[in-house]
Design a protein around this ligand. Structure first.
Ligand code: FES
Length: 78
């Protein structure tokens, strides 16, 4: 299943980034040497990061950014 159409990132590629320590959409993009373009995939990436777990337990894995209202789709990559 494609998660990010702009960069052809499928769920396996997103999971690989999460397995390597990525915890935010921006870090998933960095893992694959790209950056957010349209942003439509960010909510799903954030959800996948939250479900992936593996965090330290005391830190949030992918909190909604305080300025998320400033973005066209209501999302920011961090
Ligand atoms: S679908 Fe991921 S940046 Fe456009």
């Amino acid at each position: 299943m494609y998660v990010c159409i702009c960069h052809a990132l499928n769920d396996k590629k997103v999971k690989a980034a999460l397995d390597n320590g990525a915890r935010t959409p921006a870090s998933i993009f960095r893992h694959h040497s790209c950056q957010v373009q349209c942003g439509k995939c960010v909510p799903l990436m954030r959800e996948m990061a939250a479900q992936h777990g593996g965090g330290c337990g005391s830190c949030a894995t992918s909190p909604a950014p305080a300025n998320s209202g400033a973005y066209e789709y209501g999302v920011a990559a961090e």
